[in-house]
Design a protein around this ligand. Structure first.
Ligand code: G3P
Ligand code: CA
Length: 268
């Protein structure tokens, strides 16, 4: 009797361990940006330390045609120095400090290049590369991605700009591409599943990366997206209850500023 009980416990142990893992992909937003300065090498390395499944970050093209990792079109907020990324060279941008605004211990952190960020990606993990500018970045993006040695499935491209997704898919149909959409843009009508699915199909997107919203994105909405053959992801969730509602709606991936913390909370 006792031996049967022990063997039953051993059989069930791996199952309970599996049940403790969140059933969604946890994506670090701009790296582990709650704890480290967004869109820096420190932030993406911390995301991997926090066991994120993936990390998101934002890219722009410099004046001299290089790809840098920064969220805003200007350097004002994160470097404390006025400047437009598209009108500056890589050398000029590299002189700036984008760490110290987050804390003295991050002083000296530079604006990274895309290839530096890609070099941190561990085997089995992936990145969501958000194109913040227009399609003019695509030929250099293609070159850097090929030189990185990462597999196409490790380098997803995301963008609010539908024309960027369409253009990337034309050049690199092998790259996963997700269209980023705000579900309730200020002053506009909430977006519907039907209109988003139609547009996503037109631009050959592989999925939708939506602003998390429990009022709009319910299971009915989620089922429609997935039945259309599209992936369904959300950003940016730092609240456990909202994360659970998004999981119940069927999302497959959650972008968060706190990847380690969210994983722990969802495993409880
Ligand atoms: O993952 C998509 C999300 O990053 C879009 O918002 O403004 O943080 O780039 P934003
Ligand atoms: Ca982003």
């Amino acid at each position: 009797m006792m031996r049967t009980a022990i063997s039953l416990m051993l059989t069930l142990a791996p199952l309970s361990a599996l049940a403790a893992e969140p059933q969604v992909e946890i994506v670090a937003h701009r790296g582990a940006s709650f704890d480290a300065p967004e869109n820096t090498l420190a932030a993406i390395k911390l995301a991997w330390e926090q066991n994120a499944d993936a990390s998101e970050f934002d890219i722009f093209l410099t004046k001299d045609g290089k790809i840098v990792v920064i969220h805003d079109p200007t350097t004002n907020r994160t470097a404390g120095v006025a400047g437009k990324v598209a009108e500056m060279t890589l050398d000029e941008l590299r002189k700036l400090d984008v760490g110290k605004w987050k804390g003295a211990r991050f002083a000296g952190e530079k604006i990274p290049t895309l290839d530096e960020m890609l070099a941190t990606v561990p085997a089995g993990k992936r990145v969501f590369i958000e194109v913040k500018c227009g399609p003019e970045i695509i030929s250099e993006l293609d070159r850097v991605l090929k030189a990185s040695g990462l597999k196409p499935e490790q380098t997803a491209i995301i963008s609010f700009h539908a024309e960027v997704i369409a253009a990337v898919k034309k050049v690199r149909p092998d790259l996963p591409c997700y269209w980023v959409v705000s579900l309730a843009p200020r002053g506009q009508k909430p977006r519907t599943a039907e209109e988003l699915i139609k547009k996503a199909k037109e631009i050959q997107a592989d999925g939708l990366d939506l602003s998390a919203n429990a009022e709009i994105l319910d299971k009915t909405f989620g089922d429609k997206v997935k039945q259309a053959g599209l992936k369904l992801y959300v950003w940016t969730v730092n609240d456990v209850e909202l994360a659970k509602k998004m999981i119940a709606a069927g999302v497959e991936s959650i972008t968060t500023d706190k990847p380690g913390w969210l994983r722990e909370q969802l495993a409880k």
